[in-house]
Each structure stands twice: as C-alpha cells, then as structure tokens.
Ligand binder design. Structure first.
Ligand SMILES: *Cc1c(COP(=O)(O)O)cnc(C)c1O
Length: 353
C-alpha cells in the first residue's frame, strides 16, 4: 500500500475471487462457470470484422443487445440496463440506492459486504434460518436497500415468487435488488414483477448459464426510473462500459437462447446425479436450484476435503466462515467431470487417496 491511498480505503477488505491456478490442468468446480462453450452463433459473431472495428468506440446505448434482451423478456429496452459484469450493477446499486443503509443475508455472495464497506454504507447482515433458508419475515426493513441472491449462494436455496412479492409488498420504500445470477438452473425469475413493482431491480448475468464469464456482461431489468438512475451513474463513470466484442457475443447469445436453456437442463440432470451420489456417500446436500451444490460430510472436514480434492486435480470452493466451514460448494460441470469428482471423493473417504 502506498502512502498516497485515501484514509477511507486503508481498512478495505477486498473480495477474494475463486482461485484460477495455472500450475496444472484442474477439473474446475470452484467458480460456477459453465462446462459448455458459447454457441456457434456467438463464436461466429466475434469475427475479424468486429476485431477491425475495435478502433471505434462501442455503442454506449448498447441498442442491439438491449433490443434482443427486451424481446426475450417481453419488456421495453428502457427497462434494461447493461453492464461490464453484473458485479458492476451491484456496485452501482450500493452507490445509488442505499441512502438509509442496506440489508442482505449473512451467508450470501461475499461481494455485498465489500460494496457496503467500499461505499461506507451502514449494513445489517441478516442471519439465515437453521436450515440455511431465508425467512422473508426478517426483511421488513422499509427504506433500506434489500439485496438478496435468488437462488442464494453458496446455499443454492431459492425463494419462490410469492415470497419475493411478500418482501416487495412489505417494503414499498426500499429498492429490492434480486440477484438472479443462478435463476436459469431451476428457479423462477421474478422479472415479470417489475411491471407491477417500481422498486424491484432484477439483476442477471451472462457469466453462468450463458457461458460468457470471461466476456463480462451483466444486465438489470426494472422500471424505467430505476434504470435511468443506473444509466446516470454509468454516464458519470464509464459510458462505454461494454466492449464491442462482448456486445456482439451477447447479442448472438440472446438470439440463441434455446441452446443455453438446453445446457441448463443438462446441468440440472448432472446436479441431480451429483446430489444422489453424494448422499449415497453419506453427505448432507442442500436442495439446490443453482449450478452448484453445497455439501458436507460427517466423515471429513470441509477444508480437508477441499485440500485433498485439490491435490488430486479437482478444485471446489471452501469458505472458512465459521457457520459454513464444514461445507464445500461444488460447481456442477459435465457428466464426465462429476463422475470423476464422485470417484475421487469416494477414494478420499475410503482413505485410498
Ligand atoms: C457470479 C455471481 C455474480 C456476478 O457475476 P458477474 O460475472 O460479475 O456477472 C453476481 N452475483 C452472484 C450471487 C454470483 O454468484
């Protein structure tokens, strides 16, 4: 740290991304990426002509991609905001809508706390119930920004539409941000409620179900007025926030939605396979609606399993937080990857690895 850093950032605890080691080839089940490549149409959209055009700025209004997404979600382009990864939308929302503070689940996406601290916003981390679910009744906090990942991470548990609507009704003076990074893996999106609730901000990403984590593309769906607030901050920081290649790839991906929804169905099948096999091995597995499962075993500690899997070429995500330190979060990959994961885990438990 230099002596020039402003006082307010001295104690900032930054977010720790999942490891991306380069020392050898791992089976990567640690950052919830897709095992499937982008569709052919996406690969063809990022072509030599697009590369030549990199000398020009990208479209700050992102018209083509907004139009495609608006068609898919049956909203107006004015109801859509696009960003360089959905983390940017979370960041902007913590900046924009947290006048009275913010609440989020205690066990959830680690970035929420980082953004609260970055922007010096007072926050309350609301404990989960004993079964790791979110109790909507704990979110009567009218006026404060409410941020909920649905499905939640790293638990994979999902609220239904009625529960989300209950939170919206109880908090008409709060912005309710529902982070739907994992919604395509079996939950029901609440984007339709944006027509009725002007305080609902639904955030999505192309990183998980649309196989574009490396392209950095996120989107929000909300009433025009909330969208215009986000646009105001974007035009005050980085008007060309999405690069040309990502815009081209994203537009092609939306038009190829069927391919991605098929992939989600395959992930769901592999998730059911993995859950069943882990249960056969004696694991406790939370019922997941995401592209990962959260599991623990009485026979081996969370960190020990993580380290042994890593030594055998498989990466999963372990969190040292006291309440979840017995668990690992295991991304659902291809069938072959999950078979290998189960095989190696079996041997670790037998003591032969
Ligand atoms: C992965 C993830 C995101 C962010 O993804 P981007 O890659 O920045 O679009 C946001 N929220 C949750 C809960 C996530 O797991």
């Amino acid at each position: 740290m230099s002596r020039f850093l402003k006082q307010q950032y001295l104690s900032l605890e930054a977010y720790t991304p999942g490891e991306q080691p380069r020392d050898k080839q791992y089976i990567k089940l640690n950052t919830n990426e897709s095992p499937f490549p982008p569709s052919e149409a996406v690969i063809n959209a990022v072509n030599a002509d697009e590369v030549r055009d990199l000398r020009l700025y990208s479209d700050p209004e992102c018209k083509a991609l907004k139009t495609a997404l608006a068609e898919l979600y049956e909203v107006s382009p004015n109801n859509i905001y696009l960003s360089n990864g959905s983390d940017d939308i979370l960041n902007f929302s913590f900046m924009a809508f947290s006048e009275n503070g913010v609440v989020f689940p205690e066990i959830s996406y680690g970035f929420y706390k980082v953004f609260a601290e970055l922007h010096n916003v007072s926050y309350t981390a609301i404990p989960l119930k004993d079964d790791f679910s979110i109790d909507p009744a704990d979110y009567n906090v009218n006026g404060r920004l409410i941020v909920i990942a649905n499905p939640n991470a790293p638990t994979g548990l999902c609220l239904d539409l009625g529960q989300i609507e209950g939170i919206l009704k109880a908090n008409p003076d709060s912005v309710v941000l529902i982070d739907e990074a994992y919604i395509d893996f079996g939950g029901e999106s609440c984007f339709k409620l944006t027509k009725q609730y002007k305080n609902l901000l639904v955030v999505g990403t192309f990183s998980k179900s649309r196989s574009m984590a490396g392209a950095r593309l996120g989107f929000a769906i909300a009433d025009e007025e909330l969208i215009s607030d986000l646009e105001r901050i974007k035009y005050s920081t980085n008007p060309y926030n999405i690069n040309r290649l990502t815009l081209a790839a994203g537009t092609a991906a939306v038009k190829d939605n069927g391919y991605y929804m098929d992939n989600c169905r395959k992930i769901i099948q592999n998730r059911e396979y993995t859950t069943l096999e882990l249960e056969k091995l004696g694991f406790f597995v939370l019922p997941s609606k995401a592209n990962f499962v959260f599991a623990k075993s009485e026979k081996i500690g969370g960190e020990e399993l993580y380290l042994k899997l890593k030594a055998n070429g498989i990466l999963v995500r372990h969190f040292k937080t006291e309440k979840i330190k017995d668990f690992n979060r295991i991304t659902i990959g291809s069938k072959e990857e999950m078979e290998k994961f189960i095989e190696v885990t079996t041997k670790i438990l037998e003591g032969t690895l």
